[in-house]
Design a binder for this molecule. Sequence first.
Ligand code: ATR
Length: 280
Amino acid sequence: MKKNNPKKQFAVIGDPISHSLSPAMHNAAYLHLNIDAKYSAIHVKTEALENFIDTFRADDRFIGFNITVPHKETIIPFLDGISDEAKHIGAVNTVVKVNGKVLGYNTDGRGYILSLSEELGLDVAGKDVVILGAGGSARSIAVSILNANAASLIIMNRTQDKALKLKAELSDSRVSVKAFTELDSLRNAALIINTTSVGMSATNNACPLPDMSWVHSGQVLSDIIYAPLETYFLKAAKRNGAKTINGLGMLAGQGAIAFALFTQAPISYTFMLNQLKESL
Ligand code: ATR
């Protein structure tokens, strides 16, 4: 392999970007499958986004890239087209050149669903699901949960107006909005997903819900946070006998699906997850 001058170039762009675990995950997969490619982290500020796309279009070796905060929505006008799924979510996390066209996809929600099935054997079809939060992550997960035939989806958010806006955008009769204090809704759910930032390193030991006494052993509690690996939300869930899954799974899942879009080569979820664990 020509390691110093690889044939294919990939990247993740964002602002900030230095903390990204994606290069370690994708580069390990190229090595594993003997693909002559390199994946880099590129710091792109909002005002430089259009220039970046022009550079991407002009470079034949540059095949695709992932997008993280804050460009997942603002990148859309610069693309030649986006998938129906990305349109529905309103955000793009993966861009690939296909027959000279620059196309956008979203693998976040499907990556999340993949992590549930791979790690817990959980199929959300027919299940009652609660999502805590109403931001971009909540939206991509909500679309995939509904596509995966969940029986119902409750959105709970600190700012109820945002939850109502998300409900309106999803435009699906299975969706309702409740307050964090409606414990019966939480108790009756099979899967409760924290998509808020509460519990991240800086606010460790904080919990998105005022009360965790409703948790029982028949439930799965999921947090999309992976630093720390076990948030207070997940600790409390485990104490009450529930199954848990942290945010590393969604990162591995979206990465595995993006990898297949980039290279047309399949890579396993477990391979990506193990790379992430090693690079932490
Ligand atoms: P992301 O793209 O990761 O979803 P986001 O769009 O900024 O990020 O959304 C962050 C989510 O975390 C929101 O649902 C936010 O609630 P608000 O809509 O009320 O702002 C939620 N969040 C952030 N800090 C919170 C806190 N201290 N308590 C409760 N929810 C919080």
